[in-house]
Design a protein around this ligand. Structure first.
Ligand code: NAG
Ligand code: NAG
Ligand code: NAG
Ligand code: NAG
Ligand code: NAG
Ligand code: NAG
Ligand code: NAG
Ligand code: NAG
Length: 456
């Protein structure tokens, strides 16, 4: 936690140089609330629970999950949703999802409920579930895209029949203690709140119907709750300097002999047989040994500097031998992303976390081409180039301006190298370590900058 705040502060001081207007924003960002994401301030997963009809001992409800997060998808193995019943409710039947455990239904003789747990945990069905168990928007294996990427893929729904619950809006009690799990922890949910009854279209969209009673639960994500360490890091390079700035050592943890394996490890060959046998069991990550020990490294290369444009090459490299990232997302914050002219082999959409500031965008893969970031190995990378139109007043190769301020992979913030290690313009190292006055350094710097800009 302290660690992250430190980093935010650093990038803030960095920014003040050019964007006085952003200072106020930075001050807000230095002390974010636990689950506050400055690049997606309203990001949340909303669970809507609509009672559609009353039954002899309870009700039939449709539960819908909306992943309203702009760029955080819910990956394989998908969401699971838990809650605690307020009374002695049971689930008679479900469509489009199932409770993980039936629990003790011993006191039921004639008809056996689907689940009698006081705190059921529900998961989506897998694609290809039998037709008579399906429900609109179900059966995605719990995988949801982010709202920014594809709102139609960001919704999941199931139907459940509840018994022993009361049969009117006066006797039904709202469940509590909602728990949403993504592929891991990180989400925390507020209490269920009664909301105006949902009005919805029928399947053929020709008629509107209305729920009898509705409530909402809002869940938000916090990276700090999810992982002790970041899971990705950023390395940098530029055409004007041969030196590559690597990810900081131990960005995502430090090596020891059982946290990682080398490329030619025997475990990997055995693993091939293993995973095929246990396809349904979620494999533990198996990381390639690196000095940063991250699952993913993002490389940002300043490739070309033309008169009116400049070009960045972005590569994403997977170091997890047991992870295929389907529908990955990459978010970058850089002041020039307001003038993106072309993105070559990724999709790009600008994100506007604050109305007036257009410096953040999301990249994701082209369908069937590179929307799957394959497991570590020769195919475990995706890349693209971005062409941006220069704003002559702000563009500079100095002081690391050309490098991103923030980077997120799949919604988790990546560790950036410290600004003083960024690739510097030729000769500026010399300047850095001699005793010439700041003024002289400034003059040399600006003329050098001029040279680079006008001659390349
Ligand atoms: C959840 O996200 C939606 C869509 O962005 C937004 O309208 C809503 O206000 C958010 N809810 C909360 C509690 O932040
Ligand atoms: C219950 O439903 C009735 C009729 O739809 C409505 O008039 C009443 O306000 C509802 N009561 C509560 C507590 O929601
Ligand atoms: C409840 O959730 C639905 C679906 O996300 C949303 O449209 C509605 O505005 C929410 N209601 C309130 C009061 O937050
Ligand atoms: C890791 O290294 C330590 C000391 O270097 C050794 O005692 C231990 O057995 C090793 N563990 C594994 C799993 O190789
Ligand atoms: C994995 O499979 C290959 C060929 O199918 C076999 O030669 C090898 O012994 C197997 N390894 C293990 C650890 O089962
Ligand atoms: C990743 O996808 C490839 C191709 O679809 C497949 O061969 C491989 O087994 C997958 N790896 C994992 C860890 O799921
Ligand atoms: C934000 O930047 C993108 C990318 O260049 C541009 O397409 C979009 O029009 C901009 N939006 C606003 C509101 O400035
Ligand atoms: C050089 C250039 O086209 N700059 C534009 C970048 O985008 C902002 C708004 O997004 C414009 O105001 C600039 O003129």
């Amino acid at each position: 936690m302290e660690f992250y705040n430190g980093k935010q502060q650093q990038s803030c001081t960095f920014r003040e140089l050019k964007f006085v207007a952003l200072i106020a924003l930075c001050l807000i960002l230095i002390c974010p609330a636990d689950s506050f994401d400055p690049l997606d301030p309203t990001g949340n997963v909303t669970i809507r629970w609509d009672i559609m009809s009353w039954t002899s001992d309870g009700y039939l409800a449709t539960v819908t999950l909306f992943n309203f997060q702009l760029y955080r998808n819910i990956m394989n193995p998908g969401w699971s949703l838990g809650w605690t019943w307020a009374k002695k409710e049971i689930i008679w039947a479900m469509m489009g999802a199932q409770a993980k455990e039936q629990g003790n239904c011993a006191k039921f003789k004639l008809k056996i409920p689907h689940s009698c747990k006081r705190n059921p945990e529900v998961v989506d069905l897998l694609p290809g579930a039998p037709y008579n168990m399906q429900y609109t928007n179900c059966c995605k294996g719990g995988v949801l895209t982010s709202w920014g990427q594809d709102p139609t893929g960001a919704v999941s729904a199931f139907q459940l029949g509840v018994g022993l619950s009361g049969t009117s809006n006066k006797t039904v009690k709202l469940p509590n203690n909602f728990k949403l799990m993504g592929p891991g922890p990180g989400y925390s949910c507020g209490p269920a709140k009664k909301v105006p009854a949902t009005v919805m279209f029928t399947d053929d969209r020709r008629r509107k119907t209305q729920a009898l009673m509705s409530w909402n639960v809002t869940c938000t994500y916090s990276q700090f709750l999810a992982y002790k360490n970041p899971s990705c890091c950023v390395s940098l390079s530029a055409f004007y300097n041969e030196q590559v700035t690597p990810c900081p050592t131990c960005s995502c943890g430090c090596q020891n002999n059982d946290t990682c394996v080398t490329k030619d490890s025997k475990i990997l060959k055995e693993d091939g047989n293993d995973t095929r046998k246990n396809m349904d069991i979620t494999p533990k990550p198996l990381l390639q040994c690196t000095h940063h020990l991250c699952h993913v490294r993002v490389h940002w290369h300043v490739k070309d500097n033309y008169q009116d444009y400049w070009r960045v090459k972005i590569a994403i490299i997977n170091f997890d031998f047991r992870m295929n990232y389907t529908q990955w997302t990459l978010v970058a914050q850089h002041p020039n992303l307001n003038n993106v002219t072309q993105v070559y082999s990724f999709e790009y959409i600008p994100l506007l976390p604050y109305e007036s500031i257009n410096d953040t965008g999301m990249f994701y893969g082209l369908k069937y081409y590179n929307d799957l970031l394959m497991e570590a190995g020769p195919k475990g990378n995706v890349q693209s180039e971005v062409l941006m139109k220069k704003d002559k007043k702000t563009f500079t190769l100095n002081q690391g301006w050309a490098f991103p301020r923030r980077v997120y992979f799949n919604g988790d913030e990546c560790m950036l190298p410290p600004p003083d290690s960024y690739p510097f313009l030729p000769n500026s190292a010399h300047i850095k370590h001699t005793t010439i006055s700041l003024m002289a350094a400034y003059v040399i710097f600006t003329s050098l900058f001029h040279l680079v800009v006008t001659n390349l």
